[in-house]
Design a protein around this ligand. Structure first.
Ligand code: G6P
Length: 368
């Protein structure tokens, strides 16, 4: 199996542009497109009987898990306990055999994630693995394997694996909601339809925003620090944006819950530190905009990542506004991942770093 870059400069770029295609593959495994329902593949774990869900992972996979937590709690009313695997494995948290556990890992070989899995297994929990590599150790040691079907990911900074993990977690959460009776058959259909539309919207967005992201990366490459803000599922996305930028451009970046701005990071705001605000026009929009106002009032420069409704609703001056199409909230984390990935990618390219093999990082961390 030969993996090459095709017409792309880097594997990372290729993998970003592959997302519409691989997400389709992932969805076809979990969605019955004809019936607009989640398929039985998503119910290999008995979410109906589960009294709670423990999730653990590292790096980007952990941030996918954090978004999954919002979904499982909201749509399936299933309480979620989540932590980075290096903490999870040593916390000695009390667990019940009636809980289920999910481990998310692109490689399926991350040492800390595997140790967390074994901790849960020892406590009698049913284990599900959301993995890209189906022959991996984590997959082998699990009761149920949920493949993300992203194909080989070569770039050290994860892109397509992240959005495929999200697509799978969204499907599992909807499936869990159906099993637990917290989502009706009538609610399920439109949610699944939105998932099915996602690949097409992703293609459109990738083409739409590429030139603007390239232009903005020149500005970002001059900065020493960048702050990302978001609420709800946009909060883990803010952390993912910061992680992506620091991994490949070596610019210091932090992702914060927008509501925490005034508890610390606001002290850093000046004209030298751009603030990237991720705010789809959702039920948190007004609150996030009021945080943006606090940034603007202190001379902070804002890069506003929003949708058409959000762009129309905010009158605040920004350094740049990235306007995505209006999409349903179930798919917005995947769609909003795209500008975040491209911004990090182009900034790194502009700075001339080794995008696919950033210094000191490994694709798979098999030691503690
Ligand atoms: C490394 C990689 C990251 C990845 C993390 C977890 O840090 O550089 O891209 O998110 O490990 O890896 P996994 O294979 O478990 O998803």
């Amino acid at each position: 199996y030969v993996v090459d870059k095709g017409n792309h400069r880097h594997f990372m770029e290729k993998e970003i542009y592959e997302q519409p295609e691989v997400i389709s593959h992932a969805l076809s495994h979990y969605v019955d497109f004809a019936a607009n329902t989640i398929s039985p593949n998503a119910s290999a774990i008995d979410f109906k009987a589960a009294t709670g869900l423990a999730i653990s992972a590292c790096g980007t996979a952990y941030l996918a898990g954090l978004i999954g937590k919002y979904w499982f709690e909201r749509y399936a009313r299933l309480p979620v306990e989540i932590d980075v695997a290096s903490e999870f494995r040593y916390r000695e948290m009390p667990l019940q055999p009636s809980q289920a556990a999910l481990f998310i890992s692109q490689s399926g070989e991350t040492a800390d994630t595997l140790a967390s899995l074994r901790y849960c297994k020892d406590n009698g929990l049913k284990i599900g693995a959301v993995v890209n590599v189906r022959e991996s150790t984590i997959a082998r040691e699990s009761d149920a394997v949920f493949p993300i079907m992203a194909g080989p990911e070569i770039g050290v900074a994860s892109t397509k694996a992240f959005t495929c993990q999200l697509a799978v977690l969204a499907s599992l959460a909807i499936g869990a909601g159906r099993a637990r009776g917290t989502i009706s058959a009538d609610d399920e259909k439109p949610m699944v339809r939105h998932l099915a539309e996602m690949p097409r919207i992703m293609s459109r967005v990738l083409n739409l925003i590429q030139p603007q992201m390239e232009g903005l990366s020149r500005e970002l490459s001059k900065c020493k620090d960048v702050l990302y803000l978001g609420r709800g599922t946009s909060f883990p996305l803010a952390m993912e944006g910061a992680l992506k930028l620091k991994e490949i451009s070596y610019i210091h970046a932090e992702g914060y819950a927008a509501g925490e701005l005034k508890h610390g990071p606001i002290a850093l705001i000046d004209e030298n530190m751009p603030v990237i605000v991720i705010a789809p026009y959702d039920r948190f929009f007004e609150k996030t905009v009021s945080n943006m106002q606090e940034v603007a009032a202190r001379g902070g420069r804002i890069i506003f990542i929003t949708d058409e409704n959000g762009a129309a609703a905010s009158k605040l001056p920004t350094m740049a506004t990235i306007t995505l199409p209006n999409v349903d909230e179930i798919i917005s984390p995947m769609i909003f991942s795209l500008p975040i990935q491209l911004l990090a990618y182009h900034t790194a390219v502009f700075m001339g770093t080794d995008v696919d093999q950033p210094r000191n990082l490994a694709k798979s961390v098999t030691v503690e």
